[in-house]
Design a protein around this ligand. Structure first.
Ligand code: PMP
Length: 358
């Protein structure tokens, strides 16, 4: 007998969940280069703050994340009313789509990009997803996106740097794009990997969202700040949107998460020293892969994109056999996270043994 089933649209979420391990076996030992995580252990001060908060987990967390939001407001020099925090930036993205898009409305994004945009738009919110293909070299095609705006468009996601291609949107091209997008459409810069950006011409959402009334920025503590397991992300949004986000996910961030995020902000200098090491490793890996004859483009994030097309699965399988989890996108490419030096060395040695043209 069949038991209760979720709405058919939610089947696609099951597919998304099944791809979490990047197709690699999850048994240890494993070099975890599939999820763009930070390879470092927690900073001692951050761990202490989280443990102190854990001693009180019989109590509810601060409903409105007030101290965290005050710390963010201070960091970005913007009023607290422009901020909202949530359960990871994916939680914030879900709240944003729920707040802005009803069935019949359109949510646009470049594609290929972060899978959550189409899944949340269609399966969870019942709105229409409009994926506009990236250029052949993996950049957002902002002209094509501007042309696709209709009176039903409510939200546009620009993932910069883009997951999985690692490309960042340039400031000058974004300015032209924003001038073409009507002010009732919210343009969301998903900057999950902002701290790793080195390109001086790349967009900085924290600056742009002061200049345009229809721009929001989503950031996370999961990547550079290394708190992926605690689930904290935040948005800087126009005030009415930020207020709606604060309403939609009550008690969405644990007190452990809030305290760890506050302590992480206080330790930004140490965080950024670690980011510098990851960026240096990224460069070393890019150079080594180019030397191996692999056609990769430079990344602005903590991962690299190998557009291997029909050879993607074979490449990922060889990595899995070497104990390395990478993320495979069938028939498109492989995304590999910049991890610890040891994991990166093993990855490079493994890649060297897979013929570049095979
Ligand atoms: N945005 C992008 C572009 C991502 O790649 C990810 C995670 N892979 C997220 C958002 C969500 O991250 P989190 O929920 O951990 O903040």
């Amino acid at each position: 007998m069949r038991g209760p089933l979720p709405r058919p649209e939610l089947h696609s979420i099951a597919v998304h969940a099944a791809s979490r391990s990047g197709g690699a076996p999850t048994s240890e030992p494993l070099h975890l280069l599939a999820a763009n995580e930070n390879p470092y252990d927690p900073l001692p001060g951050v761990l202490d703050a989280a443990i102190a908060a854990a001693r009180r987990f019989n109590r509810y967390p601060d409903l409105g994340c007030e101290r965290l939001i005050d710390a963010l407001a201070c960091r970005f020099d913007l009023p607290p009313t422009r901020f909202a925090a949530g359960a990871g930036s994916v939680g914030v993205i879900q709240s944003l789509i729920q707040a802005m898009a009803a069935p019949g409305d359109e949510v646009m994004y470049g594609w290929r990009s972060f899978e959550a945009y189409p899944v949340i738009t269609t399966a969870i919110c019942g709105a229409t997803a409009v994926g506009v293909p990236l250029t052949d070299d993996g950049y957002h095609d902002l002209d094509a996106m501007a042309e696709r705006v209709t009176e039903r468009t409510r939200l546009i996601f620009l993932c910069t740097p883009n997951n999985p291609t690692g490309t960042a949107v340039r400031r000058d091209e974004l300015a032209k794009f924003l001038d073409r997008v009507p002010e009732n459409v919210l343009v969301v810069l998903d900057e999950a990997y902002a701290e790793y950006v080195c390109d001086k011409d790349a967009v900085d959402g924290a600056t742009i969202c002061r200049e345009y009334p229809h721009v929001a920025v989503v950031r996370t503590f999961s990547k550079a700040f290394g708190l992926a397991g605690l689930r904290i992300g935040f948005a800087i949004a126009p005030e009415p949107v930020a207020a709606a986000l604060r309403m939609t996910a009550p008690y969405g961030v644990s007190q452990i998460g809030q305290e760890a995020a506050i302590a992480s902000l206080a330790a930004t200098d140490e965080v950024m020293k670690r980011v510098d090491v990851v960026v240096a490793e990224r460069l070393r890996m890019e150079n080594a892969l180019i030397e191996q004859g692999r056609p990769i483009s430079r990344s602005q994030a903590n991962f690299l994109w190998l557009p291997l097309r029909e050879r993607s699965a074979e490449f990922a399988d060889a990595c899995a056999r070497a104990g390395i989890a990478v993320r495979v996108f069938a028939e498109e490419g492989v995304r590999v996270t910049v991890g610890s030096r040891e994991s990166n060395d093993l990855f490079l040695a493994t890649a060297a043994n897979i013929p570049a043209g095979a």
